[in-house]
Design a protein around this ligand. Structure first.
Ligand SMILES: [Zn+2]
Length: 438
């Protein structure tokens, strides 16, 4: 009976708590606020927002002030040995794809039921969030129609755990340019995105995608199409301008898959805000990107993964041409001062392994601190997410804690101990090894 009463009391406690906002006082060893490291800082979260951040004395004073106004004492989250950072923002994901060494892209598009792809996507969403990526810019369902709209709703309604999603829905391609290959021209093959060309059809397609839920319009400015093996431009500059203008008039940005030099040039001149991949960029192209304020999302990990799927034994065999070139062009982009987004094209490789791109950015020449900025405040800024990517007062409480010092050793971003999204805790693990605390 006593136990039953205690249980009923507990139920009332839970219910009662629903009326007051939850308060958490986070005490890591240090805070990376999106720009710099601050030793010893604490963070106070109320409900969905960060309400205080800074020296422990000031943050605790803020908590005390709340208590004198009748609010409960905050729950203390001890994150000793950890660095607290803004939730990471993945800049280029495909939650509806899984690694190509499991199933080729062609077979995923042609042979997998959309229901199967959706079930996988729900697991991918969870893996992504648990790895500390609290937001994704998901750049196309790759043949799975508008299914990212429902996935995003399921996450936002709390039905499944997952990151905040910025979605592109079907994405846009010039007719015939992005589809499974090797078929007779007499067969109609489903495309990996929506085909549209010319004035009226492009305007309609952009508006349809936005109407169904697209936050961003993605175009393929080039692709390997027809019988030629290399990437060639698709849309004309005027077509891209039309897409950009149509999207912009509704407040949405346009971004472009662009791997070839000419595809990149057209996407920049057409007004796209970010270029994805950019493998054949040149110093001239990168300087044009810099001057026009176009960001590069280099997707280093996707190239690394695909090269290995094709047989390259990394660490044993010399780097293939594609990898060598990518190192050169990435360096050129850095030298030109191009804004670098963090985005790995995850889906080509495993969801939850998003950190692979961060490690590669360091390997290819970026400083760890710049990579952390890229994956937080820079992505937030480039993607127009005005209250994310920073640990600042009044920003959404999307926070992760990792054991160690990722600004010195980037792979520490994998040592996730704590994940909070929108003030809700999704992961909170005790720190077992005291070695990293000083
Ligand atoms: Zn992609």
């Amino acid at each position: 009976m006593k136990q039953l009463l205690a249980f009923i009391g507990f139920l009332f406690f839970i219910q009662g708590n629903g009326f007051t906002q939850k308060l958490y006082l986070l005490k890591p060893d240090r805070v990376f606020d999106g720009t710099a490291i601050h030793e010893g800082w604490s963070v106070l979260v109320e409900g969905e927002k960060i309400i205080a951040v800074g020296e422990p004395k000031n943050v605790e004073e803020a908590a005390q002030k709340l208590q004198t106004s009748g609010k409960p004492a905050p729950q203390i989250i001890d994150l000793k040995g950890c660095t607290l950072l803004p939730g990471f923002i993945e800049g280029h994901s495909h939650l509806f794809l899984h690694p190509y060494n499991e199933t080729t892209w062609d077979d995923q598009v042609l042979k997998e039921a959309r229901s199967l792809r959706t079930v996988r996507a729900t697991l991918h969403a969870k893996q992504t969030l648990m790895a500390g990526f609290t937001t994704v810019r998901d750049l196309g369902t790759e043949g799975a129609e508008f299914d990212d709209v429902g996935l995003k709703q399921a996450i936002n309604q709390g039905i499944i755990p997952g990151p905040r999603m910025v979605i592109a829905t079907k994405a846009l391609i010039a007719t015939g340019s992005y589809a499974p290959k090797g078929f007779s021209p007499d067969i109609e093959v489903p495309q990996g995105a929506e085909e549209a060309d010319g004035h009226d059809r492009l305007i309609q397609a952009v508006r349809r995608q936005i109407g169904k839920g697209a936050d961003v319009v993605k175009i393929y400015a080039d692709y390997r199409w027809g019988l030629m093996g290399d990437a060639r431009p698709t849309f004309l500059v005027d077509e891209i301008k039309l897409i950009v203008e149509t999207a912009r008039s509704s407040g949405r940005p346009t971004i472009a898959h662009a791997g070839s030099t000419e595809g990149m040039r057209r996407a920049i001149l057409g007004g796209c805000e970010t270029l994805e991949h950019g493998d054949a960029g040149t110093p001239e192209i990168f300087s044009l990107m810099h001057d026009k304020g176009v960001a590069l999302c280099p997707t280093l990990a996707a190239g690394d993964a695909v090269s290995q799927y094709r047989g390259w034994k990394k660490g044993v065999e010399p780097e293939p041409e594609r990898i060598k070139n990518k190192r050169v062009t990435f360096k050129q982009a850095l030298d030109a001062g191009v804004t670098i987004c963090f985005g790995g094209d995850v889906g080509v490789f495993s969801h939850g392994d998003n950190a692979r791109e961060m490690e590669m950015m360091v390997d290819y020449g970026m400083k760890p601190l710049d990579v952390l900025r890229s994956a937080t405040s820079v992505n937030a800024n480039v993607f127009h997410l005005s209250q994310l990517g920073n640990v600042k007062t009044n920003f959404w409480a999307d926070l992760v804690a990792v054991e160690g010092r990722p600004e010195e050793r980037i792979s520490d971003v994998r040592k996730i101990k704590f994940v909070m999204k929108n003030g809700e805790i999704f992961r909170n693990e005790p720190i077992l090894s005291p070695k990293s605390s000083k």
